[in-house]
Write a protein that binds this ligand. Structure first.
Ligand code: FAD
Length: 414
């Protein structure tokens, strides 16, 4: 039975980069590193950024880390050890250029996630990584400093070190079925509750659904607490709400039933009140429905007025104090009732293998020496903007490198 130095389980971006970083340290003389993948390599990677792969973000590392809320400290080492620039370099060295788009998002110039995957595969070939596809790892055990990796319907593979990079539990067709959590639990690792992240919300309101296709470019959404306010664009679709602001907000979703939306985050409440009071005099003859065009998109105005229960044909000068308060409140805190999330299109999984049981400087388990974790399988979940792929690559790179170094250290001592 062949014994590998390192076995990487999971052939998404995390597992692939882990195999590459380990291969760069251990050399490419023999097939001593195995990458075991349940389906085929990078199935989910091919879907990213609408098939264009928003691979990372130009923001400084400190800001990138803030996108992971309470897990920012855990990710500090991996993000500094393999930065957004390091990531782009490995592709640019092979001729794939990237361009920066709105909000610092990086995409390959040719607009193809497949170009990213192609280059990763080239590295795997060059480093003679043994890639085993259509192989589902069912169980991993450790006996006498050796890991035994049971592959479904096949022989067991053994290795000195294991990197577990099996992803989360979204888009199961791509292979991410949550199997890695069970493998981790077998090693007594604790899994924090998992839930869908970066996911649209369902709504029942038929009137709002009629606005399907409309984008509100700049809104601030929250569940009513100041901590997790998100600002950005929102898309109304036939099933509900999506767009970057909504997807980001969904990472903080518990079982909330309403979203509060500030429709004009550029103008604070005091300023808005003052403006409206001034306009009552100077624009008194204007109909409310026309006046609202200063603040809202035309198509949204009817819905706004229905929800606010004020006649849009009223002249500004005829508005009562109660009307004014209602209008201001609804512009700044518009309430949308939601009906849960659309699980099947969640982009990421929030929660996972708990970070307090993993050494952030190496990604090695604190419970099982020689076992390394990386990528979406872990607890941290980032916001939209390329941060999740950066996390996959940074943690994967560190896990692969640490596994290889740990192997070298042990064998230089023997
Ligand atoms: C539609 C969509 C769009 C996205 N767009 C972006 C984007 O533009 N930018 C961004 O930063 N992030 C994006 N993401 C998130 C990003 O895809 C993930 O963060 C990233 O793929 C996580 O990488 P991973 O390698 O950890 O997990 P995965 O990519 O899920 O890979 C895990 C791999 O492990 C394999 N596996 C699982 N169990 C086993 C087993 N038992 N044995 C063997 N193999 C196993 C799976 O088959 C899979 O190939 C998007 C996600 C989706 C779904």
């Amino acid at each position: 039975m062949k014994k590998y130095k390192i076995a990487v389980v999971g052939g998404g971006p995390t597992g692939i980069i882990a195999a590459i970083s380990a291969g760069k340290i251990l050399g490419s003389a023999l097939k001593e590193i195995i990458l075991i993948e349940k389906t085929s390599l990078g199935e989910k990677l091919l879907l990213t950024g609408g098939g264009r792969a928003n691979i990372t973000n130009s923001k400084p590392i400190k800001e990138q880390l803030l996108k992971f809320s309470k897990h920012k400290n855990f990710l500090k080492h991996s993000f500094h050890g393999f930065t957004n620039e390091d990531l782009l370099d490995i592709f640019e060295n092979k001729g794939l250029e990237f361009k920066e788009e709105w909000n610092g998002k990086y995409f390959p110039v040719d607009g193809k996630a497949s170009s990213v995957l192609k280059i990763l595969k080239e590295y795997l070939d060059e480093l003679k990584i043994h890639v085993r596809l259509n192989s589902c790892v069912e169980l991993i055990t450790k006996k006498n400093d050796e890991f035994h990796i049971k592959i479904k319907d096949e022989n067991t593979v053994t290795s000195s070190k294991v990197v577990l990079a099996t992803g989360g539990k979204t888009y199961p067709k791509t292979g991410s079925t949550g199997h890695g959590y069970k493998i981790a639990e077998n090693f007594k690792h604790e899994i924090s509750p998992i839930k869908p992240g970066l996911v649209p919300f369902k709504i029942k309101d038929k009137e709002l659904q009629k606005l399907s296709g409309m984008t509100l470019e700049d809104v601030e959404v929250s569940f009513g607490n100041d901590e997790n306010k998100v600002r950005g664009s929102l898309l109304i679709s036939h099933f509900g709400l999506s767009g970057p602001a909504i997807l980001d907000l969904s990472n903080f979703y518990t079982s909330n039933t309403t979203i509060l939306m500030d429709l004009i985050p550029n103008i604070n409440e005091t300023e808005l009140n003052k403006r409206i009071m001034d306009d009552l005099g100077s624009k008194g003859k204007m109909l409310l429905k026309n006046y609202l065009k200063f603040y809202l998109k035309n198509r949204f105005i009817d819905y706004f007025l229905k929800t606010t229960a004020i006649d849009g044909d009223k002249k500004l000068s005829n508005l009562s104090k109660k009307d004014r308060i209602k209008i201001t409140n609804n512009l700044k805190q518009f309430i949308i009732n939601i009906d849960g999330v659309l699980h099947e299109v969640a982009m990421i999984t929030c929660g996972g293998v708990k970070t307090n049981e993993i050494n952030p400087k190496t990604m090695e388990s604190k419970l099982v020496p020689g076992l390394f974790f990386a990528g979406e399988l872990l607890e941290p979940a980032g916001l939209t903007g390329g941060y999740n792929l950066q996390m996959a690559f940074s943690t994967g790179f560190l896990a692969g490198k640490s596994a290889a170094k740990s192997f070298q250290t042990e064998h230089s001592l023997k």
